[in-house]
Design a protein around this ligand. Sequence first.
Ligand SMILES: NC(=O)c1ccc[n+]([C@@H]2O[C@H](COP(=O)([O-])OP(=O)(O)OC[C@H]3O[C@@H](n4cnc5c(N)ncnc54)[C@H](O)[C@@H]3O)[C@@H](O)[C@H]2O)c1
Length: 271
Amino acid sequence: MDLFNLQDKVAVVTGAAGVLCSSMAKELAARGAKVALLDLNEAKAKEFAAEINEAGGTAIGIGANVLDKDSLLAARDAVLQEFGRVDILINGAGGNKKEATADDTRSFFELPQDAMQWVFNLNFIGTVLPTQVFGECMVKQESGAVVNISSMAAFRPLTRTISYSTAKAAINNFTQWMAVHFNQNYSANIRVNAIAPGFFITEQNYYLMIDKETGEPTPRGEKVLEHTPMGRYGTPEDLIGTLIWLVSDASSFVNGAVIPVDGGFSAYSGV
Ligand SMILES: NC(=O)c1ccc[n+]([C@@H]2O[C@H](COP(=O)([O-])OP(=O)(O)OC[C@H]3O[C@@H](n4cnc5c(N)ncnc54)[C@H](O)[C@@H]3O)[C@@H](O)[C@H]2O)c1
């Protein structure tokens, strides 16, 4: 038996127009899964779905907002109509924004409530709502695998990013809570785990890591590299092995776990 087999599994990926999750969607499809790419950016989600279909995979792109339950319910209808079930949910939509980040121009005391709320909601509530909506399908089927996307900020908060750090810590807690809740109330065959990526250069953190005038790492970017024993940023491909493991039978007794994929960042004390 191929423990990693995903043939004909149906996967829903939120934030699938983004850097990390579009790569996840493509890799799931390359392994035979039928993939629904959900994103606020409908055009890009459809574009990536078309690329997957052209490459011989099976995918649909759907415009959906992870903070709007009606929008998720409409997406669920579309997924069920097209593919008939939901085996895998990747809660990838998330991110940070400058206005919710303390810096030389904006102290902690001046951080606007709406910006902090926006970041907290996107990361935390934007993980809970899709789990409610697509988790119901898993409960009916009595099987499923959910993978949440956490961050290094969840284990120990990163300086400056208050809402992002607290929301990702909440995702770790929710990952454990949900794993227990599914098993105790619905089915022992539904698992919930999380991946905590280290540092990957994408749109949402570019301003923190790279000086846009010079293209060189910012002092914060340099610190990240110094504290990553492997001495480099991650690439989207670095997440794939762990993802395939967590959504397949290869991890059949792994539940409520948060797996760092970080080049050793979380293992290093800095000394
Ligand atoms: N880049 C990193 O270093 C890093 C590290 C740790 C964790 N992460 C996490 O990985 C995940 C993916 O990040 P990424 O770097 O690929 O980011 P990204 O900005 O490239 O992608 C995020 C995607 O989410 C979508 N999105 C935003 N709000 C949405 C909403 N309300 N509903 C639906 N979709 C929405 C965006 O349109 C975008 O396509 C995020 O949860 C992020 O916090 C990233």
